[in-house]
Design a protein around this ligand. Sequence first.
Ligand code: SF4
Ligand code: SF4
Length: 177
Amino acid sequence: MQSLTNRAKQVERKPMTLWEKMYLLSITKGMSITFGHIFKKKPTINYPEKERPFSPVFRGLHVLNRDEEGRERCTACGLCALACPAEAITMEAAERLPGEENLYKEEKYAARYEINMLRCIFCGFCEDACPKDAIYLSETFAPSNYSREKFIYGKNELLIPDPKTDPEAYAKAKGNK
Ligand code: SF4
Ligand code: SF4
């Protein structure tokens, strides 16, 4: 049959010699590659004991932010949900009652705020859309789980610790943001 490119080669199938049948040369070659790699720096790390440093632009798990006085910043305006291309954010707004000024910064707040982490594509649009600096994507990620429901994060999981009552946990959650 005529070849289209003229690059086809006729392969010769010679019977193997006794030396080739012993595979000694091939085994030696293979082992030399293995030993060569033993002394090289390993590209893998022992996660979770060791963690690889993230890029400064890494977008991880969401955090609902508080102000310096520990009040929730979110005013349940819904802009983050509107900007979300994956429709991963759900919320219910409520009005701040007299005496709750120390809890919520604005007159309206999110009584329920949920993000479905299985839908989220960590694009960061919610952070960009927020006019209140109330949500940001941190430098960590959602831990694995066995149930789909556990990936729906509510305020319990998302809200940053109160800087007044737990400044250490607040600083840790805040990271470089
Ligand atoms: S990071 Fe993107 S996909 Fe995830 S909740 Fe925010 S806007 Fe939606
Ligand atoms: S997180 Fe920001 S954008 Fe989303 S509802 Fe709250 S204030 Fe609005």
